[in-house]
Design a protein around this ligand. Structure first.
Ligand SMILES: Nc1ncnc2c1ncn2[C@@H]1O[C@H](COP(=O)(O)OP(=O)(O)O)[C@@H](O)[C@H]1O
Ligand SMILES: [Mg+2]
Length: 390
């Protein structure tokens, strides 16, 4: 079946798009990327009411074309997830190819790296969301094929008003067989300088670990508050080589973004940098799975939440939410300790065996006290070892 017919439901008339963007006026222009110019507009999408949308207008001069246009439509229709951008529709009329997406309030992560409002907790939250989105693409379940994104970078991670991340631009992605440890595909290297896995660039062998490498670069951009390639007085500087040097010399602290440096908990930082650095490993067998990354980032968030205890605005809600689990754990531990303490006190109290009103003897009470205390302590230790991940 032709694609236009298959996705008929998503079609939006060119006239509606022209009026939403004031005929692609400069006032509606918000940026440009590999696909072409991007506009903001308000549109009654499929008669469901006025919605603020982002519209990407294909400009073949930018290097992408028909294949990427349809790839984006097919991929985003197949993959729905709270951390993946929603495609609302498209237009394929009179030589125009336009993609229509939900408008994401804070736009992309690259333009927010230096945002004063981007606290460490918010940064972690964004990274966790993006990692979940990518983990979903890599492991979409039994019914779907694995998707390799191939262009993970901070400008392809959008942030909504609640600091939720959404992965965008699946136009360069590729399907690969799932449930295999390594998915090797030979392909023309695509991606963006600074984010591209050196192994993929050298060999053209595409694996999910190439996305993991690029994600590691994004993680360090978030920590250091700067883009992976920056222009220092006319010289291009690579953040990745800086990170390798500082990490190996155990002084990563020195390149953390000034705006967040003070408030970061050491264990949170350690969890974050350990996993981020693993992503950059030259050997792909050494790079973590996206699901491992999600887990470690969540641990980094837990440490930060326990450490901060307060925070501001949205942070506070976030902290309360995460502390919920933490507190349940602590409360159950306290319950065991108090119970154990009661048993031990009873056994040590001056009861004379002959006067003892309890059905069991002092020795038994003491043993029970011991069991309860060591049980409580042991489970707490286990919980902690899960959290400390090493
Ligand atoms: N759905 C969206 N909502 C809000 N802003 C968007 C959306 N999609 C893209 N943008 C913004 O448009 C600009 C260009 O995006 P894009 O074409 O994806 O660039 P790139 O090729 O660098 O990823 C970026 O600055 C991004 O912030
Ligand atoms: Mg993009």
């Amino acid at each position: 079946m032709p694609l236009t017919k298959k996705f008929k439901k998503l079609m939006i008339p060119l006239e509606a798009i022209k009026s939403a963007t004031n005929n692609f006026s400069d006032d509606n222009y918000i940026g440009r990327g590999g696909f072409g110019k991007v506009y903001k507009g308000e549109l009654n999408v499929h008669s469901k009411g006025q919605t603020v949308v982002a519209l990407k207008r294909l400009d073949p001069a930018y290097g992408q074309g028909n294949p990427e246009f349809w790839k984006e439509i097919v991929m985003l229709s197949l993959h729905k997830h709270e951390n993946i951008i929603s495609l609302l529709g498209f237009c394929d009329e009179s030589n125009e190819k336009i993609l229509v997406y939900e408008y994401v309030f804070r736009r992309s992560l690259d333009i927010n790296l230096n945002n004063n409002d981007l606290t460490w907790i918010r940064r972690l939250k964004i990274c966790i969301g993006a990692a979940r989105g990518l983990a979903y693409l890599h492991n979409p379940g039994t019914t779907q094929q694995r998707v390799l994104h191939r262009d993970i970078k901070s400008s392809n991670i959008l942030i909504d008003e609640n600091w939720n991340a959404k992965i965008s631009d699946l136009g360069l992605s590729k399907f690969g067989p799932a449930n295999q440890k390594y998915t090797f595909l030979v392909s023309n290297t695509v991606g963006t300088i600074g984010y591209c896995d050196p192994l993929y660039a050298e060999t053209g062998l595409l694996t999910k670990e190439s996305d993991v490498y690029s994600f590691g670069v994004v993680l360090f951009e978030v920590l250091c508050g700067r883009m992976c390639i920056s222009n220092e007085n006319g010289n291009l500087q690579s953040l990745t080589s800086l990170v390798r040097r500082y990490y190996d010399e155990n002084k990563i602290n020195e390149i953390i973004c000034d705006k967040i440096k003070e408030g970061i908990n050491t264990k949170s930082l350690e969890a974050f940098t350990t996993i981020a650095y693993k992503c950059l490993n030259r050997e792909l067998e050494e790079r973590p799975l996206m699901t491992d990354i999600v887990m470690l980032l969540e641990i980094a968030l837990q440490y930060q939440c326990v450490f901060s205890g307060g925070g501001r605005g949205d942070d506070r809600r976030e902290i309360k939410f995460d502390l919920g689990k933490e507190m349940k754990r602590d409360r159950s531990f306290m319950f065991f300790v108090v119970l154990g303490f009661m048993f031990v006190s009873i056994s040590l109290s001056g009861h004379d065996d002959t006067k003892c009103r309890y059905t069991c003897g002092r020795d038994k009470v003491f043993v029970w006290g011991f069991v309860v205390v060591s049980g409580g302590g042991g489970s707490s230790y286990l919980m902690n070892s899960v959290i400390s991940f090493r």
